[in-house]
Design a protein. Structure first.
Length: 292
């Protein structure tokens, strides 16, 4: 197998990248939540009950969870785009370096070929001089020069062949690197398009959610909202309000005593989990606000 075929055989054929833009899945029905809040706010009384506050707080949790999801999706893409841009800069630098190496090797091949030509011309010159020598000493001296030039020819041809093989290898690496660069550029273009689309789409949704959130905060008193915000900040999953699930806290999953569950179902006071500090609500409230 020739060096050219050997070098090309090392290039792995990569499958074409198929890219599907990610979709932002809504975890809540925004319009339904807004309607729920409006129903609570339209009630004819001067002060909201604990149950109404808990309902509004649960709605607020759903809204904040959706905003978190939007920020997460939006937050990953800029980093992905930035990483790809850094990779492309590195690949462009590598391609530039390889091209310089190829140019240098090609120049060396040309120089060695010229050295062979010069050595052959010198041999012809020495051979013509041999016919004009007057003694054996001069003839032997010219013979040594011819032998030296033949050695120079052999060395130059060997070096030219080595440099030529390196050029073939470098060209194969260049071809592979260029293919990777083209692939990265294609993915970068797609991700930039996706990022622009997501920013445009999520910005409208986030603005809408913030308006509903502001409504919910008017129902929840300042102290309760401060407690909710503090728990949400400390929680890994951003949940400050959770429903009871299978007689346990929906956040830390520690068991809740039956009497405490009864107190939660009566909606007469705000009760928090003794283990994680999350605000607990009756599953009935969660089911009312849940969207199938």
């Amino acid at each position: 197998m020739s060096l050219s075929k050997l070098a090309k055989a090392k290039i792995k054929t990569k499958e074409q990248v198929t890219f599907k833009p990610r979709k932002i899945e809504k975890i809540i029905d925004v319009n339904r939540l807004e309607k729920k809040l409006n129903e609570i706010m339209e009630l004819d009384h001067s002060e909201f009950t604990v149950e109404e506050k808990l309902k509004a707080l649960y709605v607020l949790q759903e809204i904040d969870s959706n905003i978190d999801k939007i920020r997460t999706i939006r937050g990953e893409l800029p980093m992905e785009v930035s990483d790809l841009e850094d990779e492309i800069v590195g690949l462009n630098t590598r391609i530039s370096n390889i091209n310089e190496e190829i140019a240098h090797l090609t120049d060396q091949v040309s120089k060695k070929k010229q050295a062979v030509k010069d050595a052959k011309d010198a041999i012809k010159k020495y051979e013509s001089q041999q016919s004009k020598v007057k003694n054996n000493r001069e003839f032997d001296s010219l013979n040594k020069e011819i032998e030296f030039q033949n050695l120079e020819i052999q060395l130059a041809e060997k070096r030219a062949k080595e440099y030529g093989a390196e050029v073939i290898t470098k060209n194969a690496v260049l071809e592979e690197t260029q293919a990777v660069l083209d692939e990265k550029n294609t993915v970068l273009k797609m991700k930039k398009t996706e990022l622009e689309s997501i920013v445009e789409e999520t910005q409208k949704e986030e603005d809408h959610l913030r308006k509903i959130s502001a409504k919910a905060q008017t129902i929840v008193d300042e102290r309760l909202f401060a407690a909710y915000s503090r728990v949400r900040t400390n929680a890994r999953n951003g949940l400050g309000v959770v429903a009871i699930q299978r007689d346990a806290c929906g956040g830390c999953f520690n068991k809740i005593p039956p009497q405490r569950q009864l107190d939660i179902r009566q909606h007469k006071k705000v009760i928090v989990c003794e283990h994680c500090g999350r605000i607990l609500v009756d599953p009935k409230i969660a089911d009312e606000e849940a969207v199938d």
